[in-house]
Design a protein around this ligand. Structure first.
Ligand code: C5P
Length: 225
């Protein structure tokens, strides 16, 4: 273990999109790059935490000094997160698909000339953040969610914090013109039980570093960087 304010703490981080199969060759997905979650995992490890990173499919190198579990679907991500418990800190940065296809086809769905396209029935995925936030002996001391919003970011994120039962929400504006989703920079509002803080626009690595320092300060109020 490397020394640091988070030495002896176990942190669980989710990152990336999930892929929800339609058939063996097709899936539903989203534009998450996984970059912010990978940076958070790395930043927590740099402060001495033992980090378990549960990642959906991304095109990023595995962070060093972090245990990586790769998954594809939301259901697999939830199972991997539960397997990683207990932990002190959970940071849910994954862009989990809201739905999966009810009946995944085991063979490629064929297009048939003249036939109607297939109708997909979607069913809700488990909410991993809400699951990890549920009170109980295994609940991490600090659960942090993300909220990607396009409108009235702060209000939606504050409502989300309460709805999910997590402690903090890192909210960001993902309107396409911000370039945040899939980009290198982020501009966030940190929502805690004490209120909302707007952070200046900065690289995703800097957001991760500052967030990890805030997490360290939560556990060790005397810690300052
Ligand atoms: O509900 P919404 O997707 O906006 O919430 C975003 C937050 O919830 C993120 O922290 C995300 O990782 C988490 N989440 C989750 N499981 C889901 C949906 C969202 O962990 N099924």
């Amino acid at each position: 273990a490397i020394p640091g304010p988070l030495a002896g703490r176990h942190a669980l981080v989710t990152a990336g999109p999930t892929h929800e199969p339609i058939d063996p060759v097709r899936y539903l997905a989203n534009r998450s790059s996984g970059r912010q979650g990978y940076e958070v995992a790395q930043a927590l490890a740099a402060l001495g935490a033992r980090v378990t990173l549960v990642s959906g499919p991304v095109d990023l190198p595995p962070p060093t000094g972090v245990t990586l579990h790769r998954v594809e679907t939301a259901r697999q991500m939830l199972a991997a997160c539960r397997d990683a418990l207990p932990c002190d800190i959970a940071v849910c940065a994954a862009a989990v698909a809201d739905w999966h296809v009810a009946a995944e086809a085991t063979r490629k769905i064929k297009k048939t000339a003249g036939a109607l396209p297939p109708a997909l029935t979607l069913v809700p995925n488990p909410d991993i953040l809400a699951d990890l936030s549920t009170p109980g002996p295994n609940r991490p001391a600090l659960v942090v969610g993300f909220a990607a919003e396009t409108d009235t970011v702060e209000q939606h994120a504050a409502a989300k914090r309460l709805a999910k039962g997590c402690d903090w929400i890192v909210a960001n504006d993902v309107r396409p013109e911000t370039g945040i989703m899939g980009g290198m920079e982020n501009e966030i509002i940190l929502i805690t039980g004490d209120g909302a803080e707007q952070w200046p626009r900065m690289g995703k690595q800097d957001v991760a570093t500052h967030l990890a320092e805030r997490i360290a300060a939560f556990f060790t109020p005397d810690f300052s960087s």
